[in-house]
Design a protein around this ligand. Structure first.
Ligand code: BES
Ligand code: ZN
Ligand code: ZN
Length: 503
């Protein structure tokens, strides 16, 4: 996508379309909307007076023009209530606007800086939210459509028109940030939407190597035999049933000072979760191609991080494998030894995420990091508890959790804490081994976290269960149906604050 910035007046733009906004229930028009309305002899005011356009958040109305201003069409978009407007509302409105424009077959449009100056929204924040919202909303996954490809509609250019021009560098900076973030999220969405016969552990390793080459990161891939020598028995137990070779992928970004402890982010990377011998029901099993969402998010975050050149060191770890049933697969009742030396009784082979994370977290702790954050499509129980509007967070460090929650509020990827009290450990005690991999009926998201906790030692750690938030059954204003790419914007927001030392 080509994003341009210019100083100018929206009413003078000779564009295929311009996007104008309005606050719900306000009589007065926003400055740019008013300027265009005057040139059109009060047409917009008329639509509002008649109640045809109210300004409700994400409401859309397309007007075709025959003169008055150089632009050929206006897309009116509602920003919702004036006092409630913030970056999230702008992202949503612009996601909705971008999609309507694409549906109309329009390839480029111009837009003023919506929301700027309202509720302390800076020119840079407005620009970032507009670009983020549009680019995220315009995402579509068409890789496997071979028929009528010429009918695929695409917007290829967006122009931000800055009325004052006084803060053009800030606007450009905000726009660039929005583009880096949206492209990283869309990269993650692609990885998750591709099927598991394409995105295998080997393909994830290739993607990591490509990122390393492109952005100057260090990449190391631990193959199966080396993982065996390292004693990664928990990780390898999951891989045993599959013909796809497992890959334990490590990507390092060194932006901080040499002696600074890094932050480690770990992402569950099960490229297909059939459940293994404890096989899943057929219904919706195809969705388990996205059980590598956590790992994809780690890759996307490393990509954005390198582009932002944040002054902080971050290590990304992806334990990547399939979870398949076969004659060589791990079986219920089997006992395996994790890299940490602890033994695990496998009660249910479908609780494989925590098995691979056990070794990945222990490996992460070897860096003596200042924090470990893992992301995983870990439990159906988290989906039951929180649905698809909040990622579950649990951990050992209240301050870390608070920061992540705050970052989530800021970027519109909300996070909600579940209690990781000590008593939940009782549920994963085993009669034959140090622990078992399932915790019985109640509190499934929490007992999974209680299991992970056994492998992080004293390192401040937070676990994000993205099982409910990584996939949309229905389109949202800036996230179409399918993979959402959740976590990239959240982690970058958190890491940015960490790197400023402000957090
Ligand atoms: N990948 C699944 C969790 C999942 C479920 C993600 C639905 C996205 C949507 C995970 O590996 C799993 O199967 N968990 C089991 C754990 C159980 C056996 C203790 C679950 O949640 O049912
Ligand atoms: Zn599973
Ligand atoms: Zn899984």
């Amino acid at each position: 996508m080509d994003v341009k910035i210019k100083k100018g007046r929206i009413e003078k733009e000779a564009a295929e379309a311009i996007v104008l906004s309005h606050f719900e229930g306000e009589e007065s028009l926003l400055e740019e909307t008013a300027a265009v309305d005057r040139a059109l002899g009060g047409q917009i005011r008329g639509l509002i007076a008649s109640g045809e356009f109210t300004g409700k958040l994400n409401q859309i109305l397309m007007l075709h023009l025959r003169g008055g201003i150089p632009a050929r069409r206006i897309l009116l978009v509602g920003l919702g209530k004036k006092k409630e407007v913030g970056t999230e509302k702008i992202r949503q409105a612009m996601g909705s606007a971008g999609r309507s424009i694409r549906e109309a077959g329009i390839k480029s449009f111009s837009t003023p800086l919506h929301g700027r100056g309202q509720n302390k929204i800076s020119p840079s924040e407005s620009a970032q939210s507009i670009v983020e919202g549009c680019l995220l909303g315009l995402y579509q996954f068409t890789a496997y459509r071979t028929e009528k490809r010429d009918e695929i509609k695409e917007v290829s250019q967006i122009t931000l028109v800055d009325r004052t021009g006084g803060k053009i560098a800030e606007v450009a900076g905000g726009s660039r940030s929005g583009q880096i973030l949206a492209e990283a999220v869309n990269f993650v969405r692609d990885l998750c939407n591709h099927p598991s016969n394409v995105v295998t552990p080997s393909r994830l390793a290739e993607e990591a190597r490509t990122l390393a080459r492109e952005f100057g990161l260090t990449c190391r891939v631990i193959e199966k035999n080396e993982a065996e020598s390292l004693g990664m028995g928990a990780f390898l137990s999951v891989a045993r049933g599959s013909l796809e070779p497992p890959k334990f992928i490590i990507l390092e970004y060194r932006g901080g000072k040499k002696r600074d402890a890094p932050i480690v982010i770990v992402g569950k990377s099960v490229t297909f979760d059939s459940g293994g011998i404890s096989i899943k029901p057929a219904e919706k099993m195809e969705q388990m191609k996205t059980d590598m969402s956590g790992g994809a998010t780690v890759l996307g975050t490393m990509k954005a991080l390198a582009q932002f050149r944040l002054p902080i060191s971050v290590v990304g770890i992806l334990p990547a494998t399939e979870n398949m049933p076969s004659g060589t697969a791990v079986k219920p009742g089997d006992v395996v030894r994790a890299m940490s030396g602890k033994t695990i009784e496998v009660i249910n082979t479908d609780a494989e995420g925590r098995m691979i994370l056990a070794d990945a977290l222990a490996y992460a702790a070897r860096y003596k990091p200042s924090a470990i954050v893992d992301l995983a499509t870990l439990t159906g129980a988290c989906v039951v508890a929180l649905g698809s509007h909040a990622t579950g967070v649990m951990g050992t460090n209240p301050k870390l959790i608070e920061r992540i929650k705050a970052a989530g509020e800021h970027c519109g990827e909300r996070v909600w804490e579940l209690p990781l009290w000590d008593v939940y450990h009782e549920q994963i005690k085993s009669d034959v081994a140090d622990m078992k991999n399932v915790g019985g009926r109640g509190g499934g998201a929490i007992t999974a976290a209680a299991f992970l906790r056994q492998f992080v030692g004293d390192t401040p750690w937070a676990h994000l269960d993205i099982a409910g938030t990584s996939w949309n059954d229905e389109a949202r204003p800036y996230a179409p149906k399918g993979a959402t790419g959740v976590g990239v914007r959240l982690l970058i927001q958190w890491l940015t604050e960490m790197s400023r030392g402000r957090a």
